[in-house]
Design a protein around this ligand. Structure first.
Ligand code: TYD
Ligand code: MG
Length: 455
């Protein structure tokens, strides 16, 4: 067969758009300077038709075959354990703990399955970024020394596939997809073409041999996994491991999951001996010293399906230079401005010559509107210099006319608050929960008027 000439194309490294011409700006995703020259040779992966149609009634679901990783937080995010043949992409900033997490997951699987039926559970950990010694040092630190974890330092895809076929592991970890390359393409590792081709080939192998595979992917500065659209479509599950490098806790979040819900999150804490599961996350997000300080208030947010008791802090101080400053950490700044406007117009609190700073304790980021009322109350509390009792939670969405709107899963929020010793809740709906005083409000002004009486 005649070898085809390599074809020159320009591929956007952010979204995978390809064009014959170089362009300064990708017409698809609008990124500047993201088009990179790549040479395409042969049509890469050819999938042989190896299956035939089957009636849906006769298909047997593989639901029963899930493997537990012995890390409840991780299993829950996956939807109840690892599905054979599933390809899971794990993204996150460098240094967040992806390699640590997957080493612990490998160990958990080995621990759970070794000895069952006399067979081991070999795991192949392919480290394309670090040396075998570096992985060993990490393993020592976490206290992992299983003989069933095999480490391979390799970046060439063909050789990785050869070793997978030879060792026949029960799980494969690729650390990371951006550092491996295939001989069949001439572009550099980490380019969209390489990432796409390597993941497609690995996915094919995983599906053919019912082999679960975890692929680590780095996140670009814009917060997306490099070549995001191409990658996210190929794999079954996309997880993001996020958290501030300088804070101990980490959140594992499912962005896409073919085998479970994307609502679940797993919370971990980075310790000096690896990641530890956080079973009572609410305690993590409370500051220990805020007893009776103006501007701090407790509320309950829902992350996935879990209620979390969090603390909101506001600081209102006189503006020194002309323009008042508004800054927010962990809460949307636009929404903060909106709430400031409501507090001013409806609540009659004049903030025109005040700086307003907002902080969510513990480094958590809150996206839901159920904490609006808490944010507004914290601002008023700081402005009026009135402390709010620590045993009170404030929950509710605030509308532009100053009405307090109901929020979802109110009962679960109240129960979480009660569990952590809260005595009083201010909320927009009527629910029945024993052992906690519930104050129903319809307008923000009712909360502000009573602010003094909250303690
Ligand atoms: P790592 O898993 O290498 O991150 P990634 O693969 O996402 O780049 O871990 C990164 C950080 O975690 C590193 O800065 C050191 C810290 N760490 C601990 O604090 N305790 C530990 O037990 C380990 C293994 C790492
Ligand atoms: Mg790593």
């Amino acid at each position: 067969m005649k070898q085809r000439q390599p074809k020159r194309v320009f591929i956007c490294q952010a979204c995978g758009y390809s064009s014959q011409k170089w362009m300064g700006r990708c017409p698809d995703c609008g990124n500047w300077n993201s088009m990179v020259e790549e040479w395409q040779t042969e049509k890469a992966t050819v999938v042989e038709p190896s299956t035939s149609p089957i009636s849906i009634r006769d298909v047997t679901a593989a639901e029963t075959g899930r493997f537990t990783t012995n890390l409840d937080e991780f299993d829950r995010v996956l939807g109840g354990g690892v599905v054979p043949g599933a390809v899971v992409l794990i993204g996150g900033d460098p240094g967040v703990g992806k390699s640590t997490l997957l080493l612990q997951v490998s160990e958990g699987l080995v621990r759970g399955y070794s000895g069952q039926g006399g067979k081991g559970f070999p795991v192949l950990y392919i480290t394309a970024e670090e040396s075998v010694e570096q992985v060993k040092m990490r393993a020592d630190r976490i206290g992992i020394s299983s003989s069933q974890i095999f480490v391979l330092s390799e970046t060439r895809l063909e050789s990785i596939i050869h070793h997978i076929k030879e060792l026949q592991p029960r799980l494969v970890v690729i650390d990371s997809i951006q550092t491996i390359y295939t001989d069949s393409l001439s572009s550099a590792p980490g380019t969209v073409a390489q990432v796409r081709e390597c993941s497609a080939r690995l996915t094919l192998l995983a599906k053919q041999s019912a082999l679960p595979m975890f692929i680590i992917g780095h996140v670009t500065k814009e917060g997306a996994i490099a070549g995001p659209r191409v990658l996210e479509h190929i794999v079954d599950t996309v997880l993001y491991f996020e958290g501030d490098k300088y804070q101990a806790y980490r959140i594992l979040r499912a962005v896409k999951n073919r085998f479970g819900s994307t609502n679940e999150i797993g919370i971990f804490e980075m310790t000096d001996t690896g990641l530890r599961e956080v079973l009572n996350p609410s305690e993590l997000f409370l500051s220990p010293h805020s007893e009776g300080t103006p501007g701090t208030i407790l509320t309950v947010t829902i992350e996935g399906t879990r209620p979390l008791l969090v603390e909101i802090q506001a600081l209102v101080s006189p503006t020194v230079f002309g323009m008042p400053r508004r800054a927010s950490i962990g809460f949307d700044l636009q929404r903060l401005n909106l709430l400031i406007a409501v507090v001013e117009k409806i609540g009659g609190v004049q903030l025109g010559v005040s700086d307003v700073y907002l902080n969510v304790v513990g480094g958590l980021r809150i996206y839901e509107t159920a904490v609006d009322l808490a944010v507004a109350s914290a601002i008023v509390s700081s402005f009026k210099n009135i402390p709010i009792n620590r045993q009170t939670v404030v929950i509710g969405e605030v509308g532009l006319t100053g009405e307090v709107r109901p929020v979802s899963q109110i009962e679960r929020r109240i129960k979480e608050a009660k569990k952590l010793g809260i005595r009083k809740a201010i909320l927009p709906a009527s629910v029945e929960v024993d052992g906690i005083e519930l104050i129903r409000v319809n307008r923000v002004t009712e909360v502000f008027e009573n602010l003094v009486d909250l303690s």
